[in-house]
Design a protein around this ligand. Structure first.
Ligand SMILES: Cc1cc2nc3c(=O)[nH]c(=O)nc-3n(C[C@H](O)[C@H](O)[C@H](O)COP(=O)(O)OP(=O)(O)OC[C@H]3O[C@@H](n4cnc5c(N)ncnc54)[C@H](O)[C@@H]3O)c2cc1C
Length: 338
């Protein structure tokens, strides 16, 4: 594969984990990471970064999705236990999920047998927060803070010989000189692929100074409190097909009110930032190969996008799967040069 050129499109968590996995598996490939936004300009940087897929999160099949989740967990867990854990922003975090309506809400088939601790909350724990909490679970998971992970991964990619190109891409023909493209454009894939199944789910968060909060909490109506190394994230909302990237003061007030109701000690916590992001939602995450015939050329593309609200969670797993598709593409001899 020496001298073969691969373009990884996108520098969010999906593009970076894919580029690193490709480099690890095929050290002699010439890989270029192409994107118009990096680090704190991406949607990935808005995420609190908790490892927690929804039960509804789905890729090609349930079994393959479970494998993605497992592969991701072991990737982050390995990092968490390595000397790089602090630089990469990966830590362990424990907390509660409460519901006043249904026991199913506090269960998670992907996590129950994967995490080191996943159990029902005790009666005493259900009374930790104000509210009529009837069901609860307590678990220990991982947190990957993208303000650290993305620059760390980008540096690692460059140190291993990867190239970076800052550019807006309007069509695959703009990058047709690569032997294979791996499309990790997140919401950008909607226009690039005319994929109207990909829709934004808008989210807004508040970052506050509350260093006494060491435990995460999830509750009804998308309410969550997640402690990070610099600030605590308060969320949230899920607005389907909204493209609004501005901070909405009504959303902010509602998020603040719900979080303070759950944890009254947050009442006077100083607000340090507000952020909005568009989760790239697709009913099934798209990780598949496409040979695009433009008439004049055949462009080999491996898609890896549509992770919705779970891109930090699932990225290393879908990256591994995308690289497996790359290997299959090579073995099948579908390409002229590879
Ligand atoms: C409020 C909020 C909280 C969240 N919390 C969590 C969480 O706790 N855990 C979790 O797992 N997930 C969470 N998520 C979801 C997570 O942020 C996303 O799933 C993830 O960031 C998607 O990553 P991505 O790499 O696909 O996209 P992005 O981070 O958006 O990266 C896309 C990349 O493609 C580039 N690009 C796109 N189009 C073009 C173009 N035309 N030309 C050039 N470059 C282009 C961009 O510049 C960028 O580099 C949250 C999301 C939000 C909004």
């Amino acid at each position: 594969m020496r001298n073969q050129r691969v373009g990884v499109l996108g520098a969010g968590i999906v593009g970076l984990t894919t580029a690193l996995e490709l480099q690890r598996e095929f050290p002699s490939l010439q890989i270029t990471l192409i994107a118009d936004k990096f680090n704190n300009e991406t949607t990935s940087s808005v995420a609190a970064g908790i490892f927690r897929p929804a039960s509804s999160f789905e890729g090609i099949s349930r079994d393959i999705t479970s494998q993605w989740i497992q592969d991701s967990y072991y990737f982050y867990d390995g990092l968490c236990q390595s000397v790089d854990s602090s630089a990469a922003g990966v830590t362990q975090v424990s907390g509660y999920q409460f519901s006043s309506t249904s026991p199913e809400i506090v269960r998670n088939p992907y996590l129950e047998h994967l995490l080191p601790v996943y159990r029902s909350a005790t009666e005493e724990e259900l009374r930790l927060c104000p509210g009529n909490w009837l069901y609860g679970s307590f678990y220990t998971t991982l947190l990957t803070e993208c303000y650290k992970f993305l620059p760390w991964a980008l540096d690692r990619f460059k140190l291993s010989g990867g190239k970076v190109l800052k550019k807006i891409i309007s069509s695959f023909s703009d990058v047709a000189d690569y032997d294979v493209l791996i499309n990790c454009f997140g919401m950008g894939a909607r226009n690039l692929c005319s994929d109207y199944k990909l829709v934004p789910i808008r989210g807004q968060i508040i970052k506050v100074q509350a260093p006494w909060i060491k435990t995460f909490f999830y509750a009804d109506y998308d309410t969550y409190v997640i402690p990070g190394s610099k600030a605590v994230t308060l969320g949230g909302c899920r607005q389907y097909e909204s493209y609004d990237l501005s901070i909405n003061p009504h959303d902010k007030a509602a998020i603040h009110e719900r979080c303070v109701k759950l944890l009254p000690s947050l009442k006077n916590a100083r607000v340090v930032a507000d952020a909005v992001g568009l989760r790239p939602h697709r009913s099934t995450v798209r990780v598949e190969t496409e040979i695009k015939d433009t008439g004049s050329e055949k462009i080999k593309i491996i898609h890896n996008y549509g992770h919705g609200g779970y891109g930090v969670t699932a990225a290393p797993g879908t990256a591994k799967y995308a690289v497996k598709l790359f290997r299959e593409l090579h073995s099948a001899g579908l390409r002229n040069k590879l």
